[in-house]
Every structure is written in structure tokens, then in C-alpha cells.
Design a protein. Structure first.
Lengths: 500, 500
């Protein structure tokens, strides 16, 4: 190996160690940290981020990259080394634009914002969250101003989670998608009587919920020697290496479905991280490539598999054992209940059809926040107005409205659109998998998800960050990300249920 | 504030943040980390330690310290600033001798050693632990060779945990102490019939144990807004700041006393860290000053208070509620049972009288290991021989013998003597507190530990690392650490119980 490449790898190893250490501190912050720890944790996270950024953007990294350019040109594009040089260069050029001080400041503010959000949501009091969010929006704007952008200051924020994604692209996809989605929602709204979801109401023992979630993760192929599940206010997944991946959930005694599908969703994220080639661990490549691709994995397991007839054909008896009240409920009734479509308040528990509207609402609001069209102070009212407009509901409290998601308090502005894009991608991927494995449905019916996981592993997971979203779709699908298959899938699945 | 002092403080803040981040990763390693995380965690911890060391030993720190010397001379010795400069200089001069690479290597080996030890103890298989321990002993020796020492390579290891402590001092204290301890143990051995501990046998619900431990922590004044308790293979306490202090325990269904007194012991450590002046947070001074002083706090609560008649006069009803079988047991019978003296296998559950022999055994063995008189391969046999010699017992398994303690697998060689020195100090401190608060006993009898905690807080806790052990004993006691009060205390408490 050339001297520069060896030096670069060692250097990136340290950058990665600092980043993963910060991820552990973040995980602890959201799972076990006592309230008193908030201030010092914020400082610790700020320092780790700042030092990791300083280390990564050091001049010698640029010199190594320059020295490695001829070698990169000789290497196979797909090779680990070429990919490492390419992705490092892309990251380096971006990160060099941002001062380390600002990176630290954002991390400190986000860390405090997380705890303030937990409290604000707990007390349904937006005023606790407001000063933090004001600061975070201002910092995020300051961060975006470090970049050249063509159309909108929102562009660099999108690019931060999905490299290359622009406001114009998202808008054009969403603009084409929205009217057809609204049409489907309306058609279903007129046929509400076709689905009776009353079987999902009741009391659900928390221990039984926990066990059932772990059983589902086992069926999915989650390896508990290399991961675990804990509890947090907002479910999330995080990875400290491809051998230590953590997910969280949140149980509700009156609704098992929230924790269950949340677990399957986070499990999908975790399978991606667990499937990254261990040879990429400790480099910049050892994690999922982007938010859209990540959400495609979580949404695929949560919805396409997790809410499907074949999955429940296999798994329903386990549910009936966990909650004996379902012994009186037909599988078909249950299947329809978990796929009931209707306006609801909480995004992460929304049905697949109305889900897109929750995302479009956030896409519009966060753009308005960062362009200055909307003040943070006016956000709750704007949220409620859009909820009324898109879903015909007014949140009874901010906890069930503007305070429901953790993202903004983590400075994750520009993330939400990727949920919907990821959902679109998930359908394209699943259809491709079905094409290549004609017996996939019958495998799922008998509880065998190994082939699906292996296929996703080979096509997506193992590559880590070696390829971009576009490169992956080219390689795997031979086409770009598109909303059409997703719309068709929604129309078919829910058309069948609602007799459209 | 002078420019140099400001710069030094900011710099130390970062050093501290990295160190505390490593402490969080260590805590996770011992509490929640899945087995698969061991390798990358070891690398992450190595990098954090190495970077923290590099940062701390940077040339500019030496330059700032030099520039600050005149100012230090002007400052009140007791002031925060003078103390910070003084302690930083002492640490700096020590740490400069050690290469960062070695610090990282030790941390990586210790991190892997921790997980190997857990497995080795679980399977009672020393061979799993052996290669790790061999490496750790070699690394610890390599580390000690960085220092000048007069008598023994063991000296720098003692100094690492208790600054200034030497092998000669420990030996002279232990040599004087041991024959008198052996005499007491023998006298008690002839009067075994005086104590019936059969009431401690039985089945103890784990949830009830947990609740009882938390109640005891509450009585002690542990603040759950600034700390928490989890489970680990070996109980420990750790601090991420004076507002986030974690302790762990380990429950046994057939013996509530192990988790209970372990909880009170770790609680004593935690109170020390929780009591450090928050103004010292984020500097080198924001934690307990040394291992001996730390153990004085934990052993004071565990034994002097936690196994005393006054404490149980108040707390026994809570125990009886947790475990109704004690409703048939007289308080006096219970008091004698928890103070039963007799040879036992496990140090952390040993009675106060024989405890010293467990420490002396380790003091002798670890010296032999680092001077090369004893090979790691021969350690289990040497352990068993000494157990037979000092306590008349042969461990039935290595899990109950040489594998019982985590310390060596963490490279903590030179730590054990401080447990006994700390126990000695705990008696001196408690007697001083009694002198200054004549109604202390009656306060404890009514469950009020606030005054004791406040006294310890003012005299010891609040100062963090501002003063050394010797400085503290001078200030608080007007005398040095001494084994005499401890011996007298043991003779009185156990003489009374055993009618000597």
C-alpha cells in the first residue's frame, strides 16, 4: 500500500473513533443519562465533534488526497481503496468549508436541544423548546451559508443527508406525487367502513410487547451478539461499528402497534448497518451511504414486509400468544386493521398512504424556517394550520403536534424528505428482489427472511458508503429513484383493501 | 484572569472532555455493550486515551505552566487557581514521561482484557484470561519503566493511584498490621458459635433487592437526578461530571447482602463524586483526589455506617418489608449475622476483619507479578496457596479465586492496597465526625445521614483533587493516615460481638 494511503487510513481511523465515541455519548444521552448530565454531556459532545472535524479537515489530509489522485485513477472504481479516496475527497471538500468552532457549537446546541425537547414534549410546552430551536435554526443557517448553493439555502441541508439532492428535485417529485396521493386518500376516506381497526384497541402488557418485538427482530435476522434494543423518548438507531448496532423503541400500554412497527422500522436500519462489510469498519465507508437509502431499508421492513399478509401469515400466531385477545380475531381482520388508512396526528405511527402528507408538511415548514419566511415563534400555529389543510386534523396539544419529532432539536433540518424518497426507493428495491427471487412471497409466508436479507446485503448493505444513492440505483435497478412504483404499490395494496 | 491561565483552562477542558467520553465508553462496555462491540470499542478507547494524553502533554501546556509559576506563588495555596496549576504541573511532569502510543496500547489491551475477563470468570477458565493478563502485566511494567523509582518497579504503580505512596510505606503499614489482624481473626475463630448467620440464607426476589438498594441510596443522599445505578459483572462507580455519576451492582438470588452492601459501597464512591464543587467540573480537579480517599468514603458507608446497629435500627423495617422472612428475625440476630467474621473466598463480600487478608494477598501477588518473581501462568496456583495460608480456604474454582476481581484485567495493578488504607482512613474520618457531631449516632439511628454527608462534603468531597491525601488528613484530622484507629475499631466492634 502506498505510504499516503496507509497514513490516510490511520488518520481516518482516528476520525472515525472520535465520531463513534460521540455516537455512544449520544446514545447514552437519549437512553440512560440522568437529567443532571445534560450540560457536561453537551460540552463533551461539542469537543468530540470539534476535534473530529479538526482532525479530518487537517491540511495533510488534503495533501494525501492530492498525492493519491494518480493512484485513484488507476484503481478499479468499485474497489475499497478507490471508493475510500473518492468519498474522503467529497467529504473533505465539504467539511473544509465549515469552521470547527461552528461544528462544535451546533453539536453542543443539539445536545441541549435534545434534552429540552424531551422535557418540552413531556410537558407539551413549546416555550421550553422554542429558544433552543431558534438557536438551532440560526446555527443551521450559518452552517449552510458556508456552502455555495444555486437556488435555496435549504439545498446544502438536503445535501447533508442525501448528497446531491436539491430543493428543486424534491419539490418536483413531491409536486407530482401530492395530488395523486391526495386523490387516493380521498377515495379511501369514502370507504372507511371497509376496515374495522377496533381489534387494535386494548391493554397490552409491556413485557409481552418487548418480547414480541425481540421475536420479530430475530425473524428479521437481527444479531443480538452485535446489537441491542433499549428505550428512548424517540425511537432511533445508531451504529458504533458493524458489530455494535443499537436501536431503541418506546412502549405504549394502549397500543402495541406503535412499538412493534417502530421496532421493525429501526430493525431495518440496524440490518443495514450490521450488513456493512466489516473490512470497511473504522474508515469513512463503514456505514450506510445516505438517509434515503437508510430509510428505504427501514420502510421496506416496516411496511412492505411488516404490514404484509405473507409476514403475518407466519407471525400472527406469535402475536396471538403474546396477546391472547387476538385469538378471537381473524387474520384478515387484523391485516386490514394494521393497514387502516386515515388522517392521524403522529408521523411515525401514520399509515403508509397518509404518511407522505406528514412529510410534505415538514418539508414545507422547515424550508420556511430556514428561509426566514416563518419565525420559530409562529411554528406551532403554522403546524396546526397545515395539519388542518392536509389531514383535516388539529392537534389537541403541541406534544401531538409540532413537538412530536426529535429531528429539529438535533439540528436535523433537511432530513424529512428522505423518509418519503426512501419509501419510494423501498418499493423499487422490493420489486427488484421479487423479480430475482420469484418465491420471495412464499419464503416470507413461512417466516424465512434470510434470502431477502442476503439480497439486500449483497446489493446494498455490504457496500457501506462506497456508492451514492444514484450509483446504487444504477447498479441494482438499472434506473433512477422514481415515485411511480411507490404510487402504484400504494394504489394496489390499499385499493385491494378498500375495494377501489 | 491571565491569558495563560485562561488558555490552560480551555485546554484542560478539552482533555477532560476526552477523558470523560472514554469513561462513558468504559461504562457502556461494562453495562450494555453487546459482545460483538469489543474489538471496535477497544480501538475507540485507545484513540480517546491517546489523544487525551497527547493533548495534555503538549509543549504549550509546559510553557503555560512555566509562565504561570510566578502567579502561582502569589496565589493562596488553597485557591482553585493555585491548586489547578499545582496539580496540573504534577500530572504533566508524570504524563510527559509516558509515550502516547503506550497509553493507547494499555487502554486497548485493558478494554479487551475486561471482556476476556468477563468471559473467563463466567466459564471459570483462567486460560481465556491468561494471554490478556500476560500482555497487561508486560505493558504495566513498560509503563512503570518510564519513571524513576527508588526501590521497586511497583512504586510508580502505587503512585499512579495514590500519589507519593511507596512499596516501603505499604509494606511497613501492612507488616505491623497483619500479625495483630491474624490474632484477632484467630480469637474470633474460637468463638464462632456466638454468631448465627443462617437468617441470611434464602431466596431473595431480585426486584425487591433492587428496590431496597435504591432506598438505601436515597437514605444516603444519592441524587437520582444526577446519577443512576445499572448492572455489571463487577460493581463499579464512575463519574462523567459532578452531575452525572453512575454506579453498578450485581444481584444474586441466594444472597441479598452482596448486592446490598455492594450498592452502599459504590454509593459511598458516588457521594464523593457528586459532592465535588461543580466549579471544578471540566478541569483536572473535578473528581476524587485519590483511590485511598475514595475507598475511605465507600468503606465508611459500607461498613462503619452500613453494618452498624444505629443504621439498622432505622433501616431494618424496610428490609423486613422487602423480605418478609426477616419479620421472624430479631434485629440483634440480624446485626450479628451481617457482621459475622470468618474466612471467605470473595473479597468484595468478605467481612471487615478478614478483608485485610484478602488485600495483603493481592498486594503480595501483584508485586510478584510485576517484579517477575511470579509468572502469570503460575498465578492461579500461587493464589490458591496464599488463600490456604491466610484464610485456610482453597477456592473450588478460579471464578471464586484468581478470576474474581476485574482490576488486573483493567491494568489496575497497584490499586488493591488502597482499599485497606482507605478502610483505615475511614475510621479516622468517622471518629473525627463523631467528635465534631456528638449526636451523630442518634442521627443515624433516626435515618438522618445529612449531617454526616454534609461534613464529609465540606471536609473532603468539595475539594476534588485540590489537595492530596496527606494534605487532607493534615487539614481534617491534624494527623496522618494510621492503622491504629482502624485496629482499635475492629477490636471494639467485633470484640463486642464475639465477647472478646
Amino acid at each position: 500500500m502506498s505510504g499516503e494511503l496507509q497514513k490516510l487510513k490511520e488518520h481516518l481511523g482516528k476520525v472515525n473513533d472520535l465520531g463513534k465515541a460521540a455516537a455512544v455519548l449520544d446514545w447514552d444521552l437519549q437512553t440512560y443519562m440522568p437529567a443532571g448530565g445534560a450540560d457536561t454531556r453537551s460540552r463533551q459532545l461539542g469537543t468530540l465533534s470539534e476535534m473530529s472535524h479538526e482532525l479530518f479537515t487537517a491540511d495533510e489530509v488534503g495533501q494525501w488526497l492530492e498525492a493519491l489522485a494518480p493512484r485513484e485513477a488507476e484503481l478499479d472504481y468499485d474497489s475499497d481503496d478507490a471508493s475510500l479516496i473518492r468519498v474522503t475527497r467529497r467529504d473533505y471538500e465539504k467539511q473544509r468549508r465549515v469552521p470547527a468552532r461552528l461544528v462544535g457549537e451546533i453539536k453542543r446546541a443539539a445536545s441541549l436541544g435534545q434534552k429540552a425537547w424531551e422535557q418540552a414534549r413531556g410537558e407539551s410546552d413549546f416555550s421550553i423548546h422554542r429558544p433552543h430551536l431558534e438557536k438551532l435554526v440560526a446555527l443551521r443557517v450559518q452552517w449552510a451559508l458556508c456552502f455555495d448553493y444555486e437556488e435555496s439555502i435549504y439545498d446544502p441541508m438536503l445535501d447533508d443527508f442525501e448528497p446531491g439532492l436539491t430543493t428543486a428535485t424534491v419539490r418536483s417529485v413531491f409536486d407530482a406525487f401530492r395530488p395523486r396521493l391526495v386523490e387516493l386518500v380521498s377515495a379511501i376516506a369514502e370507504r372507511q367502513e371497509r376496515v374495522d381497526a377496533s381489534c387494535l384497541k386494548g391493554e397490552f402488557d409491556l413485557e409481552a410487547q418487548k418480547t414480541l418485538g425481540l421475536e420479530a427482530l430475530k425473524v428479521m435476522g437481527f444479531d443480538f451478539e452485535r446489537g441491542r434494543q433499549d428505550v428512548s423518548a424517540h425511537p432511533f438507531s445508531t451504529s458504533f461499528s458493524s458489530s455494535d448496532v443499537r436501536i431503541t423503541t418506546n412502549y405504549h400500554a394502549d397500543d402495541f402497534a406503535q412499538a412493534f412497527f417502530g421496532t421493525v422500522h429501526e430493525g431495518g436500519h440496524a440490518l443495514y448497518e450490521l450488513g456493512v462489510d466489516p473490512a470497511l469498519d473504522g474508515s469513512l465507508l463503514g456505514e450506510g451511504t445516505s438517509t434515503t437509502v437508510h430509510e428505504s431499508q427501514s420502510r421496506l421492513f416496516e411496511n412492505i414486509v411488516g404490514r404484509s399478509r405473507p409476514f403475518w401469515q407466519f407471525f400472527y400466531p406469535q402475536l396471538q400468544t403474546a396477546f391472547p385477545q387476538f385469538k378471537q380475531v381473524e387474520l384478515e381482520t387484523f391485516y386490514r386493521a394494521i393497514n387502516q388508512v386515515g388522517p392521524s396526528l403522529i408521523r411515525i405511527y401514520a399509515d403508509e398512504v397518509t404518511y407522505g402528507l406528514h412529510i410534505i408538511l415538514r418539508f414545507e415548514l422547515e424550508q420556511a424556517l430556514v428561509t426566514g419566511e416563518l419565525e420559530v415563534a409562529d411554528l406551532p400555529a403554522a403546524w396546526n394550520a397545515k395539519m388542518e389543510e392536509y389531514l383535516g386534523l388539529t392537534p389537541p396539544s403541541d406534544a401531538q403536534g409540532v413537538l412530536q419529532d426529535v429531528h429539529w432539536s438535533n439540528a436535523y433540518i433537511g432530513y424529512f424528505p428522505d423518509y418519503l424518497l426512501g419509501s419510494m426507493l423501498s418499493v423499487q428495491l422490493f420489486e427488484k428482489a421479487q423479480e430475482e427471487m420469484p418465491d420471495l412471497t412464499s419464503q416470507i409466508e413461512s417466516g424465512r427472511l434470510e434470502s431477502l436479507l442476503e439480497w439486500l446485503g449483497t446489493e446494498i448493505h455490504t457496500h457501506g458508503r462506497k456508492f451514492t444513492l444514484d450509483e446504487l440505483t444504477d447498479r441494482v435497478l438499472g434506473e433512477s429513484l422514481s415515485p411511480e412504483p411507490y404510487l402504484r404499490y400504494l394504489q394496489e395494496r390499499y385499493g385491494e383493501i378498500y375495494g377501489l
